[in-house]
Write a protein that binds this ligand. Structure first.
Ligand code: NAP
Ligand code: GDD
Length: 344
């Protein structure tokens, strides 16, 4: 039975990756952060199913607590480490630049050091990001494209990306960077734009919400499905050699196109509900992201399985169901109406 260690297991990708690895009979070890309210909602069904048998194990840790990471790596001696933890919201990284940078740089470095001193056969996956490119030119981006970060989040990811390469070259560690373009799902955080749109559309359709306030509608993103992308992470660590890999769909759509598609599926016109506000504009914007996943397709045999339209359908169906449950609670007087969600 292989042992996998996942940081950020409570996040969107943590949910899909742990499900994938548990299905493959891995024993999964994940780190969670202490918070004042319970933050394991996404993985609660997995906890119920796999914790008692010892196939899923959770530990309190934080990427800034190198001592706990070090102890856990030494104790567990995992076959594979997936570093998914990060303050992953680009707009928030401008508000909390120090925390975002510390987490995004010292975290991966602490893990690489822990692996180096524990066992150099441990394979390491670093969650690199298409944000590192900066999106200044409307061109297809691959593993050799220039990195030109535009936010504290992206700059921290560039540091970690280079460190992963440095540890690979200097110590012969198996360290791979997955340069993933945007990937979404019904488990996406509600303040990322796709989920903000599908959540609002579902609520608007059921009369629970009146308007949706967004920022830049012209930005373009290469959006895929998170379930497909975690498969690529696993494939990278099964490959003979460590490397950098772009994971993307090869298609790009603007935020406005995502809006149009979503509202049209509900027979609604987005213009009737959407406002824009400076509040959601960023000090520096990544205008255009389009990935070229040719290398991963040719060498790993990875392909995205979910189309843009199916992704919107999947998120919308889940958010309509969520809105229906909200409607029941509202009709029973158990919650108060909120005419816009989220307000942050
Ligand atoms: P996410 O949903 O925001 O999850 C982030 C995870 O990191 C959560 O489990 C969070 O814990 C944890 N975390 C945050 N700060 C931490 C710290 N200081 N110590 C330990 N854990 C911490 O992100 P995601 O979408 O799953 O993305 C996974 C990774 O891929 C991230 O590194 C992200 O930057 C990167 N990435 C994402 C995309 C994308 O489109 N989704 C694309 C490229 C790269 P809490 O639950 O307690 O907050
Ligand atoms: N979040 C958000 N909220 N974004 C908005 C809004 C809004 O109200 N209105 C417009 N946008 C625009 C943003 O300005 C950005 O251009 C685009 O929508 C996508 O924003 P996000 O969904 O927040 O994602 P992101 O592209 O900034 O970052 C995500 O993808 C990266 C990979 O490229 C995150 O998951 C990062 O962690 C990831 O690395």
């Amino acid at each position: 039975m292989k042992q996998a260690f996942i940081t950020g297991i409570t996040g969107q990708d943590g949910h899909y990756l742990s499900q994938l690895l548990l299905d493959k009979d891995y024993t999964v070890h994940g780190t969670i952060r202490r918070s004042s309210s319970i933050n394991t909602e996404r993985i609660d069904p997995l906890i119920s199913k796999y914790q008692d048998s010892g196939q899923l194990n959770l530990y309190y840790s934080d990427l800034l607590d190198s001592s706990s990471l070090n102890l856990l790596i030494k104790k567990i001696q995992p076959d594979e480490v997936y570093n998914l933890a990060a303050q992953s919201h680009v707009a928030v990284s401008f508000k909390n630049p120090v925390f975002t940078t510390q987490t995004g740089t010292l975290g991966p470095l602490s893990l690489l050091e822990a692996i180096r001193s524990a066992d150099n056969k441990i394979k390491y996956y670093q969650a690199s990001s298409s944000e590192m490119y900066g999106g200044g030119k409307p061109s297809k981006l691959n593993e050799n494209s220039l990195l030109d970060p535009k936010s504290p989040y992206a700059a921290a990811k560039v540091f970690a990306h280079h460190m992963t390469n440095i540890y690979r070259d200097s110590y012969s560690l198996f360290c791979s960077n997955g340069i993933l373009f945007n990937h979404e799902s019904p488990h996406r955080g509600e303040t990322f734009v796709t989920r903000k749109i599908t959540r609002a559309a579902g609520r608007i359709k059921l009369g629970l919400q009146k308007k949706l306030t967004l920022g830049n509608l012209e930005a373009s993103r290469d959006w895929g499905f998170a379930g497909d992308y975690v498969e690529a992470m696993w494939m990278m660590l099964q490959h003979d050699t460590p490397d950098d890999w772009v994971i993307a769909t090869g298609e790009t759509y603007t935020v406005k196109e995502f809006l149009e598609k979503t509202f049209k599926k509900l027979d609604l016109s987005w213009e009737d509900y959407v406002e824009t506000s400076h509040k959601y504009m960023r000090p520096n914007e990544v205008d255009y992201l389009l990935g070229d996943p040719t290398k991963a397709k040719k060498i790993l045999g990875w392909e995205p399985k979910t189309s843009f339209s199916s992704l919107v359908d999947m998120m919308l169906e889940s958010d309509l169901n969520l809105a229906k449950r909200e409607q029941v609670l509202l009709s029973e007087g158990l919650i108060e109406p909120t005419w816009e969600h989220p307000k942050i």
